[in-house]
Design a protein around this ligand. Structure first.
Ligand code: HMG
Ligand code: MG
Length: 303
């Protein structure tokens, strides 16, 4: 009997780039998206439609969404979510023919205030409103809950706050909710206890995804633990890019190459071509003049 397959949600073009200061040409972002699509990834988060003052790097979201190749891709059987914080963002997404958005809230007050300038409660209301409007326009909605283990300003997170946020997002019509360890502080034991708690409270594993940042080098282990708790969807970023301006000191997302290498070695299908992924990681690291943050990507590239 074959092991359950995994769907990889590539967040490189969004989470991967959002916190990079030097301006990246739109053409490089588009080339990245095309190359990622060429690896067989079925879900690629394209960009976010947020305040350009808060996230200047993604101020070119309209050009990304309006690109001919991106439009062509969205006609295929792919999921191409776009991060949207409010109705303004949703309307811009709709104008550009977006078929899927991601709404995002924090389980904690400090990060909520810093990241989206409102309380957890207001964030939930906003996300629900955006989700309901999106669904009326036949747009699929993915949800994110940030700070599942800790908040940069408030310290440790109550699991009950995470549960509440997950429930609210599922009730709002999100087809899945991604659990974000924004700070990258959790380890496998934390992952197991939080997921066990959620499953014991009637949240189905099929509705959950894992989103692990790698600050403490635990991200690959956390993905493996979450998979063994029943999750089959994981967010990752090419070359381990990623970060958020309101999570100071946090490292990038788990590297897509590392995650795919791990699953393929276990005989678990991801539908992704690892060698093409490695090439893409090398290419984007060169474009950004950054050290490749993927260990598997670096090792496989010299072979
Ligand atoms: P605010 O200041 O309360 O909002 O910010 P506002 O409605 O008063 O608007 C302020 C300005 O932003 C106005 O412009 C608006 O027009 C503009 P001005 O008149 O001053 O020139 N604006 C927009 N522009 C474009 N698109 C929009 C939009 N909305 C307002 N959608 C707001 C509230 C939510 C807008 C702001 O705080 C924001 O944009 N936050 C987003 C921050 C962000 O993108 N963070 C990173 C993504 S989350 C993340 O990384 C975590 C995740 O990866 C999971 C994990 O790791 O945990 C998902
Ligand atoms: Mg993130």
């Amino acid at each position: 009997q074959s092991l359950p397959s995994v769907r990889v949600v590539e967040v490189g073009p969004r989470d991967g780039l959002q916190n990079i200061r030097e301006s990246i040409p739109t053409s490089t972002k588009l080339e990245l998206i095309r190359r990622l699509e060429g690896t067989g990834l079925s879900t690629i988060e394209l960009t976010s439609v947020v305040s350009p003052r808060v996230i200047p790097q993604l101020a070119d979201c309209r050009d990304v969404l309006g690109d001919e190749d991106v439009r062509r891709m969205s006609g295929k059987d792919l999921r191409l979510p776009v991060l949207v914080p409010n109705v303004k963002g949703l309307n811009i997404a709709i104008q550009h023919g977006v078929k899927e958005i991601a709404v995002f809230i924090s389980a904690t007050e400090g990060f909520s205030k810093a990241n989206i300038n409102c309380s957890v409660e207001q964030g939930i209301e906003r996300a629900k409103n955006v989700a309901s409007l999106a669904l009326k326009s036949n747009i699929a909605v993915r949800g994110y809950v940030s700070c599942i283990f800790a908040d940069p300003y408030d310290g440790p997170t109550q699991p009950s706050s995470v549960l509440r946020c997950v429930k609210e997002l599922l009730d709002a019509g999100c087809y899945e909710v991604s659990l974000g360890d924004t700070l990258g502080v959790g380890s496998p034991s934390n992952v197991r206890s939080l997921i066990t708690y959620l499953l014991n409270n009637n949240i189905s594993a099929e509705k959950l995804a894992g989103h692990f940042h790698d600050t403490y080098g635990q991200a690959v282990a956390n993905v493996w633990e979450a998979y063994n708790c029943g999750l089959q969807v994981f967010d990752s970023s090419i070359a381990g890019l990623g970060g958020c301006p309101f999570a100071p000191g946090a490292k990038g997302n788990v590297a897509s190459e590392d995650l795919v290498y791990m699953f393929h070695n276990a005989g678990i299908n991801t539908g992704v071509d690892l060698s093409k992924l490695v090439e893409t990681g090398v290419w984007i690291s060169e474009q950004l003049s950054r050290t490749n943050g993927s260990r598997a990507g670096t090792a496989l590239a010299v072979k």
